[in-house]
Design a protein around this ligand. Structure first.
Ligand code: ATR
Length: 272
């Protein structure tokens, strides 16, 4: 049985063993997938020990995504652009590293929610790790425009100039959103984790807009409530993103892409 694990701190809340176990069962692949509480400051030591015990691959969650970036010997282009790693594959001395958060989010939006981004006006709130990973996959869809809004304005501007060669992207503060409308609005800030609302004007949601909260399992967050009160009927949280990034990792490790529908319906928490 091949060994895999997710490493984080804290790790008690992780759904990854459940998800990967469901994928393994559905595809007839026998894997052993555990959760590892990584001591802070001992990422490399902990991963070294897991590899020495026969580990084949790992998912990486907070706060180790940058440690994994440094630990990798072979970074994929999207991991490099995201500046963070969420999945690793071990082959001898080599550590292949990927970031599937952005492609997982994109697949959820386009495939599961039926909302292609081509030609759309897209607004991304936040400029931290979660936002970074989404930018390149989004721009590859050729949206009409991609606007990054962040509390710390220079971070949004810096990200936008880094990605400028890839499409129509701009960055600024929340105040600049007054008078603008978008077809899809993503909340990639960590505000929802503290039940806070990023200062986004309620007027940003265009008719028929999709409002997407990247956080998972928080119910109707202040952001989703704002969207709902503004008349938005299509609301989503990050359950599909969670399932899709896990499916990407499973496919990368095992060579077969599992269907995510059973996982998504098992983990869906009502948005109330
Ligand atoms: P993550 O990896 O979850 O993206 P992060 O890298 O710490 O975490 O980034 C958090 C993001 O949420 C940042 O964009 C942050 O804005 P700043 O760059 O200005 O700090 C944003 N954020 C967190 N709390 C927020 C709040 N209450 N209102 C607006 N933005 C918030």
């Amino acid at each position: 049985t091949d060994k895999y694990a997710v490493i984080g701190n804290p790790i008690g809340h992780t759904k990854s063993p459940l998800i990967q176990g469901m994928f393994a069962q559905a595809t007839g692949r026998d894997i052993d997938y555990t959760a590892i509480l990584g001591p802070l400051g001992e990422f490399a030591k902990t991963v070294d020990a897991f590899r020495a015990s026969g580990g084949r691959g790992m998912n990486v969650t907070a706060p180790f995504k940058l440690d994994a970036f440094a630990y990798a010997t072979d970074l994929s282009e999207r991991a490099r652009l995201a500046g963070a790693v969420n999945a690793m594959k071990f082959e001898g001395e080599r550590v292949f590293a990927e970031n599937f958060d952005g492609v997982g989010l994109l697949r959820d939006v386009t495939h599961n929610l039926g909302c292609p981004l081509a030609g759309k006006r897209v607004l991304l709130l936040g400029a931290g790790g979660a936002a970074r990973g989404a930018l390149l996959p989004f721009l590859e869809q050729k949206p009409a425009q991609l606007v990054i809004a962040n509390r710390t304005v220079d971070k949004a501007q810096a990200l936008a100039s880094e990605l400028a060669g890839h499409g129509p992207v701009s960055g600024g503060g929340y105040a600049e959103l007054a008078g603008q409308q978008f077809d899809v609005v993503f909340n990639a800030t960590s505000a929802s984790l503290r039940a806070e609302l990023p200062p986004v004007p309620a007027t940003v949601f265009a008719e028929g807009c999709l409002a997407y909260e990247l956080a998972y399992g928080k119910g109707l967050t202040p952001f989703l409530r704002l969207a709902q009160n503004a008349g938005v009927r299509r609301l989503a949280d990050g359950v599909g993103m969670l399932a899709e990034q896990a499916a990407e990792a499973f496919a990368w490790w095992r060579g077969v892409r599992p269907d995510t529908r059973a996982v998504i319906s098992h983990l869906t928490v009502p948005l109330v």
